[in-house]
Design a protein around this ligand. Structure first.
Ligand SMILES: [Zn+2]
Length: 370
């Protein structure tokens, strides 16, 4: 077996990413503090910070008062969130959220569009172009500082080619979405699976800034999952991993969109639950007791997956987890399978209010900014 070495370019990028991730979750930090937190040498941190200062990605924001009396003064640094803007396009099965946000993930302008079929892509992109032109006309500085864009979409994506290979239930064939957007909008685009994009936001802005190994689980119309190991998303072979929703839970069950039978998603997806009882997403907190079997099945899959991966934390997200009592019910079911289950290991995402758009913004920052 031939194992690939890590080239110096990758190491440099990783180190720069470490510094920026730490600074994203800590306002006003000294170089020394960054070095201690990241494990990088003082010289390496100084070099990286100097580069970032020169680029304008970070800025000096004062002197650490406690140390200013004796010895060398510690200059505090923070991310220059207005360094540039990113266009994030988050495509879910029903709606698409399009936002222009700064490096801190703060939205400057946003629009919500109906998610389109592949036949309607031209007019869909026209609408995004109009949205962007309106922003540019309102303030030219958005155009001057537009860095690039990211598309987050369900299903398999080809990051090299910038294509959506198979966005289950949205587009049924490969779509060169990045090329189409670049041609029309004139900015660089990248693509990411929507759950992995959200997990990247957990790395850049959320829980994974504190914990290295995290299982991110999203319960919306379907079940999405992403595994973060040592602060990086585990991609698996061919970019396929963490298919929690496709755990087979029933022998000869209903046929799933993945082609197999009896997957978890065939039992607890939006469609499956609607077949049992109609309800709106916002009503789930009122009707969840009618879905005790489904939540129990979900909990069993979570406990099994935790047994294999032993993550530091499990982070729950998605519309169906919005109500605390639903999350508590899931945790109660987990405890029923494992008496020593430590419920503190299951958290609710701190990015809940941003989950409709934050994934593609964080992905662009993490992958392309340095
Ligand atoms: Zn399946």
């Amino acid at each position: 077996m031939i194992r690939n070495g890590i080239n110096m370019g990758q190491v440099k990028k990783q180190n720069r990413s470490l510094v920026l991730r730490y600074m994203n979750s800590h306002e006003g930090v000294s170089r020394k503090e960054i070095a201690e937190a990241t494990g990088l040498t003082a010289a390496a941190v100084t070099q990286i910070c100097n580069d970032f200062l020169e680029m304008g990605i970070i800025k000096e924001c004062g002197i650490d008062d406690e140390t200013s009396g004796a010895g060398r003064r510690k200059v505090k640094l923070s991310i220059n969130s207005e360094y540039g803007y990113i266009l994030g396009i988050n495509i879910e099965s029903d709606v698409t959220n399009v936002v222009v946000a700064n490096l801190a993930g703060e939205v400057k302008k946003s629009i919500q569009l109906d998610t389109c079929s592949e036949d309607e892509l031209d007019s869909f992109i026209d609408k995004i172009e109009s949205f962007l032109n309106e922003i540019y006309e309102s303030n030219a500085h958005f155009q001057d500082k537009m860095i690039g864009g990211c598309v987050a979409v369900a299903g398999e994506v080809d990051k090299e080619k910038g294509t959506s290979v198979h966005a289950y239930g949205i587009w049924d064939k490969e779509v060169s979405i990045c090329e189409m957007l670049e041609d029309k909008l004139g900015i660089h685009f990248i693509i990411e699976n929507n759950i992995d994009a959200f997990a990247t936001a957990e790395i850049v802005y959320g829980t994974a800034a504190k914990y290295d190994n995290i299982l991110v689980i999203k319960w919306g119309p379907g079940v999405g999952c992403s595994i973060i190991i040592d602060g990086k998303i585990y991609e698996g072979r061919n970019g396929r991993s963490a298919e929690l929703g496709h755990n087979i839970v029933e022998q000869n069950g209903i046929k799933c969109s993945c082609g197999r039978r009896g997957c978890l998603e065939t039992k607890i997806s939006w469609k499956a639950m609607q077949a049992k009882r109609k309800f709106k997403v916002s009503e789930f907190g009122d009707v969840y007791r009618d879905f005790a079997d489904e939540i129990d099945l979900f909990a069993r899959t979570v406990v099994n997956t935790m047994s294999i991966l032993e993550p530091d934390r499990v982070v729950l997200s998605g519309k169906l987890f919005e109500e605390k009592k639903v999350r508590d019910e899931l945790i109660k079911c987990c405890e029923s399978y494992f008496k020593k289950f430590n419920n503190k290991r299951i958290l609710y995402t701190p990015l809940a209010r941003q989950e409709d758009y934050i994934g593609p913004i964080a992905t662009y920052i993490d992958r392309e900014l340095f």
